[in-house]
Design a protein around this ligand. Structure first.
Ligand code: GLU
Length: 366
């Protein structure tokens, strides 16, 4: 089984427009019921699954009768997305509920995931939803994103979501069943089963077109997604969704293997940026951090510096600097929480608190 729950506690499944929407602009309910059954089986086996679902533009275009699948202009695409998204989330909520699962909708833009403050918000929401057993259904917020701040394709969005959720695997389901060494229409074309490193030869195999003409992702965006996911420590598979139960039926695919070194994001946290402050912690908290825990305010003794939420900070234990991470609070608010237990935080701050001063997903030990 691709990305079995035991080796992949968190999985991101990206579903292309052509799988969800038929040529007449209707939802492919039978197929959707199949993949939802797959997701439910994985959830029962303990895997946390988030779905990145395309299809808003295609669905909306069908309902509005727009030409070129709603992609004739940015305005058309944005209007189609607004109409289609509400239908898409309703369908997901229904099919997941039929399997006893709760759906959540998250609409994000590139800007949301590039800005550190907003990235932390999105990551925290995603983490909480997944740990509550809810299935987040994520799409780009197409109706507000302008050309400059759009992902444009959900392949890269899925990879960024994997990074934010610290997932171990990403499956890109579409109408292609992998990366081929030349145009797949050529009878001599051969699928590449496994890619250990994305080099110039691999890039050269990509073809810019989306085969269905419905979505916007082609092989170029899939390889860009693989690069992001692999650098963040997640494996990525390009697999065909043109079978009924694509997450439980063995089928040929291309697997892009995650980088073995520390994920790039952690490396970036560990060395890349100048810390804007230092949080000093006690011996107990230092031990907890080494065991992979988040930094809780109860274990923090003192703060130096003036940082804002999302800024990189150093964390110093009794033996010196031991980690770096992104601050979950502005320095002034963090100071108020020093040494205090989580139950006290809401009263001290006057607003709903974060779970940690620095979350483990945004921290690297050094
Ligand atoms: N966000 C677009 C939609 O919902 C899909 C983008 C893509 O084709 O990858 O229609």
């Amino acid at each position: 089984m691709l990305f079995a729950p035991a080796s992949c506690p968190r999985l991101i499944v990206k579903i292309g427009s052509a799988l969800l929407v038929d040529g007449g602009g209707g939802v492919r309910r039978g197929w959707l019921a199949g993949i939802t059954a797959d997701i439910a089986a994985r959830a029962r086996a303990g895997q946390q699954v988030a779905v990145v679902s395309s299809g808003a533009i295609a669905l909306g275009a069908g309902r509005l009768g727009l030409a070129k699948g709603g992609r004739a202009s940015l305005e058309d695409a944005q209007a189609a997305a607004a109409v289609g998204q509400i239908a898409l989330s309703q369908v997901w909520a229904e099919v997941l509920a039929a399997e006893g699962l709760t759906a959540a909708q998250m609409l994000v833009t590139l800007g949301d995931l590039e800005d550190r403050r907003r990235y932390l918000n999105a990551a925290a929401t995603l983490d909480r939803l997944l740990s509550l057993g809810v299935v987040p259904v994520i799409n780009e917020n197409d109706s507000v994103a302008t050309a400059e701040i759009r992902f444009g394709d959900n392949d890269r969005l899925a990879a960024r979501v994997a990074q934010a959720a610290a997932a171990q695997g990403v499956v890109l389901l579409s109408d292609v069943d992998g990366l081929f060494d030349r145009n797949p229409a050529d009878p001599a074309a051969r699928r590449i089963d496994r890619v250990e490193r994305i080099d110039a030869a691999i890039e050269a195999m990509a073809d810019t077109r989306s085969a269905s003409g419905m979505g916007s992702g082609g092989m170029v965006s899939k390889i860009a997604a693989a690069r992001i996911a692999n650098a963040a420590g997640a494996h990525l598979a390009i697999a065909s969704g043109q079978i009924d139960r694509p997450l439980s039926t063995p089928a040929p695919h291309t697997l892009f293997v995650a980088e073995k070194s520390a994920p790039a994001r952690k490396a970036w946290l560990a060395g890349g940026l100048t810390a804007r402050g230092t949080i000093h912690i006690d011996a107990g908290a230092a031990r907890a951090l080494k065991d992979g825990a988040s930094l809780l305010a109860a274990g923090a003794i003192r703060l130096e510096g003036d940082f804002s939420r999302g800024d990189p900070v150093a964390i110093a234990g009794p033996d010196g600097t031991m980690a770096r991470g992104l601050a979950e609070y502005d320095a002034d608010d963090a100071r108020r929480l020093l040494g205090c237990r989580s139950e006290e935080h809401a009263a001290l701050l006057g607003y709903a608190p974060r779970t940690a001063l620095v979350h483990r997903n945004h921290m690297a030990l050094i």
